[in-house]
Write a protein that binds this ligand. Structure first.
Ligand code: CIR
Length: 313
């Protein structure tokens, strides 16, 4: 798999020798990995970590595109949390952290798959401290084995990590570098892991493509989204179906326990038409227009976890 990762990197024109896989398993004691999930459990979650919106979000979140209505941002976040709870997810809700204006975007702090949590090393230095809280919760509340990124040069935002249920694609973006992609490959060796160059101007891979269902990629009509889709299709180990929506924001949706959480008609009318016409999945619109002013999508507001009933040894 690492070979696949290396050869994929070579195709991106990056120097394979720069790929330094440095991830360490903590605790050091051995643990039993769950077997790779089957597609029957793809998009099935028992737990989620979310974090409330701090006051500092309004003035200091990264990439703000306009004035934020803080109360409305909080109402929207609450609706998102409610949606998860309605879908039978046990939500761990962290208090807002004023020192970290972007703390609501927990997705960037950890990638959890197959019973293992890889703690990220966010590409923007102002966000690195967010990981400490997430580490503590994953350790104490969820008791999952933790993998740390050791390479001090590695950067990795969870927003760049797309898991299809069969393999990983990791965006090489302004936030995630090759060493970050290598950390994903090392943490989840049971899956193929392919780096994908994220076009300039786009924050994360999942700003451009997400999963709208088992084996269904969701992209938008934009050149950036289509470029990334072509690369995924070229490199994928599996042939996926594709849903294409007009609005860029519509491409970021979250499949949770058989329901697709997506942006509402008021934000993404074409995407709603496409989902209603083409999917048999239940649909749950959630508006995040205020959070989106800080470059947010729906995926970024939670870390989704499927905790196996089997005790971790
Ligand atoms: C940032 O620039 O880091 C935040 N303002 C937005 C992060 C959004 N994260 C995500 O989509 N995974």
């Amino acid at each position: 798999m690492l070979i696949r990762c290396l050869s994929a990197l070579a195709r991106t024109g990056l120097t394979p020798s720069r790929l330094t896989c440095q991830a360490r398993l903590t605790p050091v004691r051995r643990f039993c990995r769950s077997p790779p999930p089957t597609m029957a459990t793809f998009g099935r979650y028992t737990h989620a970590i979310v974090c409330r919106v701090p006051n500092s979000f309004k003035e200091s979140a990264l990439g703000l595109s306009g004035p934020v209505a803080l109360d409305e941002a909080r109402r929207q976040h609450e609706a998102y949390v409610r949606a998860l709870r309605q879908l039978d997810v046990d939500v761990i809700e962290l208090p807002s952290d004023e020192k970290h204006p972007d703390c609501v975007f927990v997705e960037d702090c950890a990638v959890v798959c197959n019973g293992i949590a890889l703690l990220c090393r966010p590409g923007h230095a102002s966000r690195r401290g967010e990981v400490d809280t997430i580490r503590a919760v994953i350790k104490k509340e969820l008791e999952l084995p933790i993998v740390e990124v050791l390479d001090p040069k590695a950067t990795l935002d969870g927003g760049d990590v797309l898991f299809t249920g069969r393999e990983f694609f990791v965006g090489l973006s302004g936030r995630t570098n090759e060493a970050g992609a290598a950390a994903v490959a090392a943490a989840f060796p049971e899956f193929s892991c392919t780096p994908v160059r994220v076009p300039a101007g786009e924050l994360h891979l999942k700003s451009l493509v997400t999963m709208a269902g088992p084996d269904i990629l969701c992209v938008s009509e934009t050149d950036e989204s289509q470029t990334v889709l072509k690369r995924i299709e070229r490199e994928a180990t599996f042939r996926y179906q594709t849903l294409t929506v007009r609005e860029p924001a519509g491409a970021n949706c979250v499949l949770v326990n058989g329901t697709l959480i997506h942006r509402p008609r008021s934000e993404c009318p074409d995407a709603c038409d496409v989902f209603e016409d083409r999917l048999s999945t239940a649909l749950h619109p959630v508006c995040i227009s205020e959070l989106a002013k800080a470059d947010a999508g729906l995926t970024c507001c939670s870390i989704l976890i499927r905790k196996s009933k089997r005790p971790q040894l």
